[in-house]
Design a protein around this ligand. Structure first.
Ligand code: SF4
Ligand code: SF4
Length: 376
């Protein structure tokens, strides 16, 4: 880690990340936060300050997938900037220190930076039997979380397990695992659901905090609206095929090869919110639906419970896409629909109609009943 009094651009340059890369990162953060470009100077100025806040990252009942997600970013500017953005004083997986020295470091942060540091939690927190099912240096995760998260300036829960207990909490949950805000009620938490979290969103939250000295606007689940405010279905590149009634019917079929809609293969995109289609993975290269697999709604509340079986079709998705075949999507239908649906849907229907008239193979079926997505 660079010295605390070294400004970020200098620290990055020492690691081979140029000023241009730094500015590109700032622009990427603005875009992720959906902020106008006029804020670029403010972001650059805030991130260029020599004094960087301290961050501690605690792992409890987890698979370390969120840490992996952060570290596996191959693009140097995002990974390097995230690591250098703050002074990372404690992180079990990546810190050089171990044993008592490491735990002393954490204690020193709580004591010397009280009310000023950022605490990140990865993994669920077991609460059964006084929390004995996860202990670190003789202390329970519950005890550590209570102390560290109630003395911090801000708390961020990364990944499904830290948010709502995730897979660890799914039935039968013998350890009584809970997410941070349930295990330690009363502490302010920003939840970055997802399995794993997307590092671009985590970086954007940190950048927002450093720039504006407050967390971004949150939804009722305390998730940032910029990342969780839009339905995946409305951002999906396969949406035109949905509106046209062109669906993949089985893996490897013609529709699968042509990139048609994955609704019938169990895609939960119509009822899940996240910016996954826009931010994507592997430095914006692709995302699961683009690669050919339906969304399992990993960023939805308690998704392990409500989203499974993952390959079962969602019942009764609002809209008309699954009610008609592409042949039935004529101009008359478009005229009716235009009055009652969003402009996006109309546009995609028109595009899809033109494509459909070129002779594609279509299919469609009636939905069965209304589902109860926690996102809806
Ligand atoms: S159902 Fe899934 S694959 Fe189809 S358009 Fe919606 S999000 Fe995309
Ligand atoms: S496509 Fe859906 S399940 Fe897959 S990573 Fe994106 S939000 Fe999560």
């Amino acid at each position: 880690m660079p010295p605390l009094d070294q400004d970020l651009p200098s620290a990055l340059e020492a690691r081979g990340v140029s000023r241009r890369d730094f500015l590109e990162f700032c622009s990427l953060m603005l875009a992720t936060l959906a902020l106008p470009t006029r804020y670029l100077g403010k972001v650059v100025s805030a991130l260029s300050q020599p004094q960087r806040p301290v961050l501690v990252w605690m792992e409890f009942q987890d698979c370390a997938g969120n840490t992996e997600s952060m570290l596996r970013s191959s693009h140097p500017s995002v990974a390097e900037v995230v690591l250098d953005l703050l002074s990372w004083e404690y992180h079990e997986t990546i810190m050089a220190g171990a044993g008592k020295a490491a735990e002393t470091t954490l204690q020193n942060v709580v004591k010397n930076h009280k009310g000023k540091y950022i605490a990140v939690v990865e993994g669920a927190i077991p609460t059964a039997d006084d929390g004995v099912y996860c202990t670190i240096a003789g202390r329970t995760a519950l005890d550590i979380a209570r102390e560290v998260c109630s003395n911090s300036a801000a708390n961020i829960a990364v990944g499904a397990c830290a948010w709502d207990g995730g897979l660890v909490r799914a039935n039968p949950n013998p350890t009584g695992a809970l997410g941070l805000e349930e295990a330690v009620p009363g502490v302010p938490v920003v939840n970055l659901g997802g399995c794993p979290h997307n590092v671009a969103n985590t970086a954007a939250v940190l950048v927002h905090y450093l720039t504006f000295h407050e967390m971004p606007a949150l939804d009722p689940y305390n998730r940032p609206l910029f990342a969780y405010g839009q339905i995946i279905h409305d951002q999906c590149q396969r949406r035109a095929h949905y509106d046209a009634g062109r669906f993949v019917e089985e893996w490897g079929d013609e529709g699968s090869r042509k990139g048609w809609c994955l609704y019938k293969m169990g895609c939960k995109g119509p009822e899940a919110t996240y910016n996954c289609p826009v931010v994507r993975w592997n430095d914006g290269t692709s995302w699961p639906v683009q690669s050919g697999h339906g969304c399992i709604a990993c960023a939805a509340h308690r998704f392990w419970d409500w989203s499974s079986p993952f390959y079962k079709k969602l019942p009764n998705v609002p809209g008309f896409g699954v009610d008609v075949t592409a042949e039935e999507v004529g101009w008359g239908v478009v005229g009716v629909v235009a009055g009652v649906t969003a402009a996006h849907a109309v546009g995609t229907v028109i595009r899809a109609h033109k494509e459909a008239s070129e002779g594609s193979k279509e299919s469609g079926s009636k939905p069965e009943s209304k589902s109860a997505s926690p996102e809806a």
